[in-house]
Design a protein around this ligand. Sequence first.
Ligand SMILES: [Zn+2]
Length: 437
Amino acid sequence: MMTSMMALIDELWYLKRDLVSDGYDTALNRLAQEVPMTIHEYPTGTPCWTWKVPEKWTCDEAYLETLAGERIIDVKNHPLHVVSYSLPFEGVVKREELLPHLHTHQRLPDAIPFVYKYYDRDWGLCLPQTLKNTINDEAYKVVIRTRFENGSLKVGEVVVPGESDRCFILAAHLCHPAMVNDDLSGCVVGLDVARALLQGPKPFYTYRLLILPETIGSVAYLSHHEELIPKMNGGLFLEMLGADIPHILQHSFMVESQVDKCFAAVLADSDPPIVRKPYREVIGNDERQFNAPGVRVPMLSLSRCIHPSTAPNYPFYEYHSSLDTPALVSQERLEASRDLVLKMLDAWEKNRYVVNEFKGEIFCSGQNIWIDPTVNRAGHDSLFKIMERCDGTRTTADIAVELQIPFQAVWEIISLLLDRQLVRLSPKPVPPALTRY
Ligand SMILES: [Zn+2]
């Protein structure tokens, strides 16, 4: 029995899903019940290129009290009340010493912020600014009981086998405790995309969905699967797909890549239009590790995000706070995002080099594909412009981008030509046999 995306969110969102933690493992194991998943483990201290896997972190207790014993903050009331990877600390501290360790949200005075100090170690608690404003005593009692132990960072991998071992990566992170839009929404959409692909006909590409802790999870996986990197043709990072905000696509570092062109062309006829922005101009996530030097896999990112130019609510109002709850997301929007990803991948599957099996201009009337220019001028022109470009050196996406026609419209013409065996598709370019000097 498949659990709906929204039901999985309701079940898993409140877990303390810190980088390497029991809560993260519980969430990943639960997702693994929904779909065949391999869980890769990387023990604490494992070198991963220039990084190494951090310790497992557990918070047993964390609170702030007045010296009279009145509890002001208690992690029992919300997992975000303690800084993720906070050092343990116990003692009575003066107000001036305490204040720098009390973190608030820059924009949301009533929310608890999500603060993490994975590598820049310090102790800290988080609280609403309105509550911090009441911290006026001379001294307070702080108790933070946290443990750093050897553990294992875990990366979940769902493989949808294709005819080719060349692969496409879908990625989402799971390491944001007690939050939903960022990041659990991306995980459940990825999971539903994988379920749909597994139920459909065998694809051409092999698809790999990776669910991981942000940044270190990608570095751990990539550094332990170097042999796969040359086979990765492209990727898509998924996050923030539940809020009531339009989709936005962030390009990869390699904007001329086939996957960049394909996704740009497939979204060209979206209604409402989907904004596209360059690499690093929407939001940074695991796609950074895939696009980075030595890896250079063109990975784009799909989210529902307010563009930075329309701040102050960037990337969405409740971002990295206790207000990012299931109330923000809906099954309907998650499904719309899933369907959009499936539409993009459907185009990606079709996007191969279009090789002409004809010479000269096609006798369109004879092939019954003639479009009368007096009836449909644009259709007539497009038909000829598309046919002209079917020469083995261009993909459907290349043609669509070159002509500024949506992918689907180009594909309709290519399909007609395929039906009549006037063209064939090739995963690699087939340059014309004749070269002139
Ligand atoms: Zn985040």
